[in-house]
Design a protein around this ligand. Structure first.
Ligand SMILES: Cc1cc2nc3c(=O)[nH]c(=O)nc-3n(C[C@H](O)[C@H](O)[C@H](O)COP(=O)(O)O)c2cc1C
Length: 211
């Protein structure tokens, strides 16, 4: 079975989407599948990528939530892919993992619905979506083993998804967040914005400037 893991984050490195796929890959490797990795970080898909994705039995997208939807560069690539995939009429399964900055995983529900809608337009079969809250934490806790501590529920959801991918089966969408207090997550995120602002020559009060 050929599985394509597609990172839809525009970040060249250190993305939460990359961490999610890395964790998922560790579970899929146990199933003995042939796994290809792709990174759609800019608008457009190369002819080689279109051909490789067209030959896959399962397409697994991991991407960040942008304004409650799919990032525009990825949407552009999906529209391009749709035109090629629709002609092939294969029984390809599609799975999607959307992660967001907000704490609640269900923030990703509309983006997953968009992916499901794309799937039916492209003539593909929708498998399952996972909405992941507190995505910003994932790169920072990369070394925490899957299924433990703040990655307990995330690990359970990935286990279920990996089994569904391996069996080419469909399932209900799942929504998870970090096993970590919401208030502490919020405070840590705010401290991170202040650090980023300082690193870019701004002051704390500039963060609340209105134009
Ligand atoms: C342009 C932009 C729009 C965003 N919109 C949302 C949003 O609507 N809701 C949300 O919870 N997070 C939003 N975020 C935060 C990202 O989803 C979050 O940082 C995510 O973990 C990034 O994933 P990545 O590292 O895989 O790119 C947005 C980030 C950016 C840059």
């Amino acid at each position: 079975m050929k599985i394509a893991l597609i990172n839809g984050s525009p970040k060249t490195s250190g993305s939460a989407s990359g961490c999610i796929l890395q964790n998922l890959r560790s579970l899929l490797d146990e199933e003995g599948s042939v796994i290809g990795e792709y990174h759609l970080k800019r608008p457009g898909v190369s002819a080689e990528e279109v051909a490789a994705l067209g030959q896959s039995d399962a397409l697994v997208f991991a991407f960040p939530l942008y304004v409650d939807g799919i990032p525009s560069h990825l949407l552009h690539s999906l529209v391009q892919l749709e035109q090629s995939l629709v002609k092939e009429k294969q029984e390809t399964m599609v799975y999607a993992l959307a992660n967001c900055g907000f704490y609640e995983g269900h923030q990703n529900r509309w983006a997953l619905a968009m992916m499901e809608s794309w799937c039916s337009k492209a003539g593909l079969m929708w498998g399952q979506g996972i909405g992941i809250g507190a995505g910003g934490m994932l790169p920072a806790i990369q070394s925490v083993p899957l299924g433990y501590g703040p990655k307990k529920n995330f690990g359970k959801a990935l286990q279920q998804l990996a089994a569904n991918i391996a069996n080419c089966s469909a399932d209900e969408n799942l929504f998870v967040t970090a096993n970590f207090p919401k208030l502490v997550y919020k405070l840590a995120a705010e401290a991170g914005w202040v650090r980023s602002a300082k690193a870019n020559g701004l002051r704390w009060r500039d963060l609340s400037l209105r134009r």
